[in-house]
Design a protein around this ligand. Structure first.
Ligand SMILES: Cc1cc2nc3c(=O)[nH]c(=O)nc-3n(C[C@H](O)[C@H](O)[C@H](O)COP(=O)(O)OP(=O)(O)OC[C@H]3O[C@@H](n4cnc5c(N)ncnc54)[C@H](O)[C@@H]3O)c2cc1C
Length: 588
């Protein structure tokens, strides 16, 4: 991450303070109380506004500070360590803003920037009660009036985060033209003051399993009238494309929610396990508990790497986000949920208690965390998106493995820019930089293959001996197997992309991608000793990460490795650092 972003991250942590203390902003006690009472986190959002954090959501050309995608990821992560209800309302504001930043008119962008900088929330309203993920069936109806200037709108959007509190809503609608044509369009609607306009009706909040204070509601419009120039986003490209491009970015940034919440789950559990005495020793000395803690730590760092790589790709490889964003959105929330389940076992009975002390946060975070795999395209939807691209990806990858690539050095340089802990990637892409398909390109996977064809040709290459060499060999074989299964499935048998086998291949590919990224990052970490004050990507982390990401590699578990990983995790807690490969200080 850029030095300026690292500095800001440290400052935010400091300003937000130790959430276990009652005088901290976003303190656990208030958060738990609000959750029990299902109160919207308005006070916390007001604190974020006072800290100037809404400016981070607004592009610099509009007076804000939205600069480096990884900075947003880190901000989301820092807030998610404290309260997902707050950050999901805040993050939804960015989601509702992305289409405006990508394609809004100058006047719409200026109005939206003003609203956000005043602390106004936004939302992206795609879902309708009758259609769920099937957004092509959108019914929310728009018609132009005879004067050609006004629109008349009716319909309902349901299950919308910030649905009744957002100052604005970015809405996917279906325009019915006079000639009978129907067209999906995007609108930026300003919500009128409550009760000021009978044509706008806010739906009641839905009670939810987690993020209980969140405003998961919606709105229904009846003959709502507005000026087309104010609300219709310019149609330089189909609205559906713009929605898909928006989601390519937001699905990656969702990683911040999962990483932050899992950081708190691990920290709480480590503190408990290192203090809790049983049978004359601490819980950390019980081998099964120690293993779960060590594995959770390793998995969290691997997820951190995945999130960093995909977030940097927003700036560095925007044309490949159609592949990377479903990988990240599938892999990361699912993996963090698995970590939460492991940690719950270590915490024992206390994970089940809705106590009002800091440990009571465990059950809230574990509940809240589960929402991430649901929204912004569910796990199944993301696997479907990835499955649909495997056919095109396979020939390029096979060629890289069999023949190498004349772009070898460029591929490895791109991979370094995504994976080195010191790397930084600052720009936000324009809509034209984003593509609905990567046209068969997955440069990181290609980089892995050209590296493995000639590992010795890498700068600073190290000899891979013993466990690492055999793990990487097993990974190579697993990848070859996956590529031949893709060929068989999509090229030979020509089976449909929504078949169960295709979904399984998407799962395999997503896991392999994470594993290959980890292996490449490990090799880059060997090239020069890192000066970054953060956990190192050493062979312990590599082996444990590969073991968990791809159990079928059959990498043996190792108690000595678990012990070293546990010590590294405890040292993060002691030195007050986030569980991250980036040097991120933690106020707690
Ligand atoms: C807390 C919360 C906040 C939300 N916030 C918003 C928001 O701000 N804006 C918004 O627009 N929506 C929001 N949603 C809605 C969310 O995005 C929906 O859950 C989503 O649209 C999917 O709808 P569904 O879960 O009802 O499932 P459906 O789409 O009805 O799917 C039913 C079943 O079909 C499967 N399925 C659907 N499509 C596929 C596919 N392509 N491949 C394989 N299986 C498939 C699903 O996995 C599921 O098993 C939110 C939901 C929640 C719970």
């Amino acid at each position: 991450m850029h030095a300026e972003s690292l500095k800001l991250a440290a400052q935010w942590e400091q300003e937000l303070g130790d959430p276990r203390q009652s005088d901290a902003l976003l303190c656990f006690a208030d958060t738990l109380r609000e959750d029990e009472a299902e109160v919207f986190p308005q006070t916390s959002l007001e604190q974020l506004r006072r800290l100037g954090l809404f400016d981070q959501l607004v592009p610099s050309r509009l007076g804000g500070q939205l600069q480096e995608p990884e900075r947003i990821l880190t901000l989301s992560r820092i807030l998610s360590r404290r309260d997902l209800s707050t950050v999901i309302a805040f993050g939804q504001t960015l989601l509702g803003s992305l289409p405006i930043w990508l394609a809004g008119s100058p006047a719409q962008q200026a109005a939206h920037a003003r609203s956000l900088r005043a602390g106004g929330l936004a939302c992206l309203a795609l879902t309708e009660r009758a259609h769920g993920s099937d957004i092509l069936s959108t019914e929310f109806r728009v018609e132009a009036e005879a004067d050609g200037q006004h629109l008349r709108i009716q319909g309902e959007k349901w299950l919308i985060n910030n649905g009744s509190r957002g100052a604005s809503a970015t809405v996917l609608a279906c325009q019915h033209h006079a000639d009978g044509r129907k067209e999906l369009v995007l609108l930026r609607l300003s919500r009128p003051e409550p009760d000021a306009d009978p044509s706008w009706h806010s739906l009641p909040k839905n009670a939810t399993h987690g993020i209980r204070g969140a405003d998961i509601s919606g709105f229904a419009l009846q003959d709502h009238r507005c000026l087309a120039a104010d609300v219709s986003l310019p149609r330089q490209e189909p609205a559906l494309n713009l929605v898909l491009k928006t989601l390519q970015i937001s699905r990656i940034l969702c990683a911040g929610f999962s990483l932050g919440a899992t950081d708190t789950l691990l920290r709480l559990t480590l503190e408990f396990a290192s203090q809790r005495q049983l049978y004359g020793k601490t819980v950390t000395q019980i081998p099964a508990a120690r293993a779960k803690l060590a594995h959770s730590y390793a998995r969290l760092l691997c997820n951190d790497l995945l999130a960093q790589a995909c977030t940097r790709a927003i700036a560095r490889l925007p044309a490949e986000l159609s592949v990377l964003s479903p990988i990240c959105k599938y892999q990361l929330p699912v993996s963090c949920e698995a970590v939460a389940r492991e940690l719950a076992q270590v915490l024992g009975a206390r994970h089940y208690l809705r106590s009002q002390d800091a440990l009571g946060m465990f059950q809230k975070m574990a509940r809240d965390l589960q929402v991430v795999s649901l929204f912004d395209g569910s796990t199944q939807v993301n696997l479907g998106l990835l499955a649909a691209q495997l056919r095109q990806l396979q020939p390029t990858l096979l060629q890289c493995w069999q023949e190498g690539s004349s772009a070898r050095e460029a591929l490895l340089e791109d991979a370094r820019a995504l994976l080195r802990s010191e790397a930084a990637a600052c720009d936000w892409p324009d809509s034209k930089d984003l593509r609905l398909s990567s046209q068969g390109q997955d440069r990181l996977m290609q980089a892995y293959l050209v590296w493995r064809r000639e590992p010795g040709a890498c700068e600073g290459a190290v000899s891979e001996e013993g466990a690492v060499a055999s793990a990487l060999h097993a990974l190579d074989q697993r990848l070859q197997q996956c590529l031949s299964e893709i060929e068989q499935h999509f090229w030979v048998q020509r089976l449909p992309v929504d078949s169960c086998a295709a979904q399984q291949l998407a799962v395999d590919y997503a896991r392999l991608w994470s594993a290959c990224a980890l292996a490449l990052a490990w090799s880059f970490a060997q090239e020069s000793s890192s000066t970054v004050a953060a956990p190192q990507l050493d062979s312990d982390l590599l082996l444990e990460g590969l073991r968990q990401t791809l159990p079928d590699l059959r990498i043996p578990a190792c108690e000595a490795r678990d012990q070293r990983l546990l010590e590294a995790a405890l040292s993060c807690v002691k030195q007050r650092r986030l569980f991250s490969l980036s040097p991120l200080p933690a106020a707690w």
